[in-house]
Design a protein around this ligand. Structure first.
Ligand code: XIL
Length: 393
């Protein structure tokens, strides 16, 4: 073979390789659209965990449709009720872990980021706690509860709402049972105990209306106080029980930034968007609020037979703008959890007015994805095409 022929051969081999590579690449990009993930958890995997609070029939796996959605769409779970104090320790020192054990096992089976909700909260407490008036006795109860519950699931529950709803709307400390009997320091006490019980778990302060400037300032004071004392606190959980009208994106954004500047992560722990009119005083999520006078009042319950298209669209747009904001701040946010799986299971059918038909989530009463679901997912498709994401966790 002459030198020239050899060179020609090498060149054509190179050319063949190059064209082939190019072809493979262009085939890949041509296939890209079919590869776009179609579940919330896969679409948002690089941004933050996405999850739902689950109820007892989901924990017991008797709600087959709910379980299918949970498995397909989410990578983090919260127990809606079954780990609250009144259920775990209904009488002094006698614990019932039936549902909590099932919940944690289910989370592991589904490979979830498992959240514990909640350790120290003034609502859904057992009766016996209301009669504890002595500070030493109260301290012992809190210690026993936190150590027993967290100790049991050490290494298996990845994040805990340690203290829930300790602040008033003006940012001052709520005069809760704990505050009255133990004083303001009960919060640091609880976080200290939690940190001892499972040093690996993420410890969260959780509350509603944390978009409010005054309440935001209260959280900032609370977290700083813990930090100054060297007490572990890893996150601020913004419950996010919101409506079609409010809060404003600006208020939410300012809170995300303020909490993140403290060096902690932000979680949206209980997201839902009510589509129904509310009694004018209701802003937030105080579970003891109950407006009996409106029960059966159809003007307060206008969508009993379904959401009209115009409201469905409003809900979808509201969810879209909320998730756009979350994506903008994905470096500061590590989890977004819906408070329920589908509309039929939402607590907002019973709060703050009993017996209504609400539509606050991404899945309807038949567990079918709503327009809001499609628009939230579409954000990731756009996002994928428009900018490169940084890998997370
Ligand atoms: C709610 C549950 O969803 C209801 O089923 C229950 O009757 C009352 O509590 N803030 C919280 C949650 O931290 O635990 C509350 O959950 C909603 C408000």
């Amino acid at each position: 073979m002459t030198k020239i022929r050899k060179m020609a051969l090498v060149l054509s081999a190179l050319l063949f390789l190059l064209t082939n590579c190019k072809e493979t690449k262009s085939t890949e990009s041509a296939q890209e659209p079919t590869k776009v993930p179609t579940s919330l958890k896969s679409s948002f995997a690089k941004s933050f965990y996405l999850g739902a609070a689950i109820n007892e029939s989901q924990i017991m796996e008797t709600d087959a449709k709910g379980i299918a959605v949970i498995n397909r769409e989410f990578n983090t779970l919260t127990p809606e009720n079954n780990m609250k104090w009144m259920y775990l320790q209904p009488t002094p020192n006698s614990f019932d872990f039936t549902f909590a054990d099932k919940y944690v096992a289910l989370g592991e089976k589904m490979d979830m980021f498992v959240v514990g909700h909640t350790l120290v909260w003034h609502s859904q407490l057992p009766n016996f706690m209301h009669s504890v008036k002595d500070s030493a006795a109260m301290a012992t109860h809190i210690k026993n509860h936190i150590h027993t519950v967290m100790g049991r699931y050490k290494g298996r529950i990845h994040a805990w709402d340690v203290v829930n709803e300790a602040l008033n709307e003006d940012g001052s400390l709520r005069q809760s049972l704990f505050q009255q009997v133990l004083g303001d320091d009960y919060i640091e006490y609880a976080f200290q105990l939690a940190s001892q019980a499972d040093p690996e778990a993420k410890l969260i302060y959780n509350d509603y209306n944390l978009w409010k400037p005054e309440k935001r300032a209260g959280v900032v004071r609370l977290v700083k106080r813990l930090q100054e004392k060297g007490i572990q606190v890893d996150g601020v959980g913004m419950q996010a029980h919101w409506s079609l009208e409010g809060p404003s994106l600006e208020d939410i954004e300012n809170s995300i930034i303020a909490y993140s500047e403290l060096g902690v992560k932000v979680q949206f722990t209980e997201l839902d968007v009510t589509a129904l009119p509310n009694p004018w005083e209701v802003e937030g999520a105080e579970v003891s609020q109950n407006y009996e006078e409106y029960e059966g009042d159809l003007s307060m319950d206008p969508y009993r037979t379904g959401l009209p298209d115009s409201v469905q669209t409003k809900l979808a747009n509201r969810y879209q703008e909320i998730f756009e904001l979350f994506l903008k701040h994905q470096d500061k946010i590590d989890r977004v959890t819906f408070w329920g799986v589908n509309d039929g299971g939402s607590w907002l059918n019973g709060w703050p007015i009993k017996g209504r038909t609400n539509h606050p989530l991404l899945f309807d009463r038949n567990f079918a994805p709503k327009k809001a679901y499609t628009q939230v997912l579409a954000l990731k498709k756009k996002d994928k095409l428009s900018f490169h994401q940084t890998t997370k966790k």
